[in-house]
Write a protein that binds this ligand. Sequence first.
Ligand SMILES: [Zn+2]
Length: 290
Amino acid sequence: MNQQLIEQIVGEILGQLGQSPVQLPERAVPIAVSARHVHLQPEHVEVLFGAGYELTQRSELSQPGQFAANETVMIAGPKSSIERVRILGPVRKATQVEVSFTDAMKLGVKPPLRESGNIEGSAPITLIGPKGSVHIDQGLIIAQAHIHMAPTDATRFGVVDGEYVTVEADGVRSISFRNVRIRVNERYRLEMHIDTDEANAGFITQGSIGRLVKPNDAKETVPMQATTETTKSPDPVVRIPETLEFTKKLLSAEDVADISEKEIVVNKGTIVTALARDTARELGKMITSR
Ligand SMILES: [Zn+2]
């Protein structure tokens, strides 16, 4: 995506919101927020969903060829579990689960901060599907912030593949991300990927704009865990879907917290607890009945 196009899109969005257009920062990078998600190897698809099963596409993701599947799984750690974790396709060589630090604390697990694809020696986790469960000894990671870009973008920014940069996001709560890895590929669209904890720390929402800066000390602060790159497989962004059809009899606060969708549609007879309504309000979610 080139600068002119970004400015045009941002201008349109601001126009729709009834705000006056603002000057885009130089070296702007659109930021996308990745929710927790799972990549599966083919054998695990069959264990979790049944022999011969193949993932079905729900929506396309920002990086070409990647999609969010209709299928979800439960992930379980020693302390607790998280339901309805989205699976992203297509299938990969090795199953990989990406969670936030907050998720990890809830689950009672200690995943390392890693680049997607680099799972050697990472944390174990259990995946539970409708037809079976899989325990993996490694594959659970917290994804390291990175920027996808095409070679033309790299030239424009003066960066190379594998380099680490700083990205500043000036919002209500200004924040700067260090050790952000540059990933250059012909197929990539310019976009920075961060997880929900990073986004929440800076009040960053889907489509916020960051500014790429190249600090002189970036190389010295490269974390050890991020220095070995094993694969180039793109890890896509999970766009949080709009609505979830909730079919159980009772909607609890825990359910609300687990559901990633913004709108929860319940049946007429479904009981919604007061705490569930409070939680929905806190999280900015809407509960409607059909
Ligand atoms: Zn990515």
